[in-house]
Design a protein around this ligand. Structure first.
Ligand code: DHB
Ligand code: FE
Length: 287
């Protein structure tokens, strides 16, 4: 049976990809940010997941605002990273897990979530930057991947409550998968940021810290927010919090917080990092 070994929430700011490409790891602006990923990387090295389900939002690479599915899942042999116009070199393609993808599609669809299925899917910084941060200098990529895209760009968006329920359905689907695979679920993006409009540059540190705290033990409180409240509190790109909620929903009700960090600002964003382990995983292996 598949085991969900943990969930990781991480920023996906494209400037991080630029800093990685230019090896700015010791640069004073970046050092403490990159260093804060070390415990999470050590955990991944030790836990050796086989698969990463990456919950992210496409920002206009694979889907544009004219055709934007609310939820879309990859079912491809591999996922290509194409040029997004940032001038960054692309990274090698990410291996897929077609069998797991179709299992997830069947199972989640049967719970009433209508997913767009993608047998071809290019992945942008929302997917790529977290993979680079979590698996640096690891080629070939050490995990198979399943991308799960959620619209946080073109309104109306799915509600936080709906996204949390989707995460719960994803968790049930993963736990019902008959193969013996170890799965880590990534929720990428966030926290508060606004890239355009009158409030460009807006960041709300107290709200970000509130989200980092609540998502661990009381995610239901976050599901009571509306999308528009999130925009008001966390900026126009703040709804990337939906991706964190899906990751959290996939884990069990009780989780242990293994690591948390917050850097502000990184580029234009309050950058959060969380590593959560389901309580049953900790009880099974208390080391
Ligand atoms: C930034 C953050 C994002 O999440 C994104 O998709 C693009 C840019 C930023 O902070 O610059
Ligand atoms: Fe983003």
């Amino acid at each position: 049976m598949a085991t969900i070994i943990g969930g990781i929430a991480t920023s996906h700011i494209p400037a991080i990809g630029n800093a990685i490409a230019k090896h700015k790891f010791e640069d004073p602006y970046w050092k403490s940010f990159f260093d804060s990923y070390e415990p999470v990387r050590a955990w991944l090295d030790e836990q050796k997941p086989d698969v990463a389900v990456v919950v992210y939002n496409d920002h206009g690479l694979n889907f544009f605002v004219d055709t934007m599915p609310t939820f879309a899942i990859g079912a491809a042999l591999e996922y290509e990273n194409l040029d997004e116009g940032w001038g960054l070199s692309t990274v090698p393609p990410f291996p897929g897990d077609v069998e797991l993808s179709w299992h997830l599609i069947e199972s989640i669809q049967s719970e009433g979530f209508d997913l767009t299925t993608c047998q071809r899917m290019a992945v942008d910084h929302g997917f790529v930057v977290p993979m680079q941060l979590l698996f640096p200098d690891r080629q070939p990529w050490p995990v198979r991947t399943v991308p799960l895209h959620v619209n946080t760009v073109q309104h109306p968006l799915a509600t936080p409550a709906r996204c949390y329920s989707l995460g719960q359905a994803l968790g049930r689907a993963l736990r019902a998968y008959p193969e013996d695979v170890r799965v880590v679920v990534l929720g990428t993006g966030g926290l508060s940021h606004q890239l355009d409009g009158q409030r460009a540059g807006f960041i709300n540190k107290p709200f970000d810290l509130y989200c980092i705290e609540k998502i661990v033990d009381d995610p239901n409180e976050l599901t009571r927010l509306t999308v528009h409240e999130i925009v008001r509190l966390a900026g126009t790109q703040g709804p990337e919090l939906l991706l964190w909620l899906i990751m959290r929903g996939a884990l069990s009700e009780k989780v242990i917080r293994r690591w948390a960090d917050y850097h502000v600002p990184i580029s234009n964003t309050g950058a959060g990092l969380l590593l959560l382990e389901p309580l049953e995983a900790v009880l099974a292996d208390p080391s």
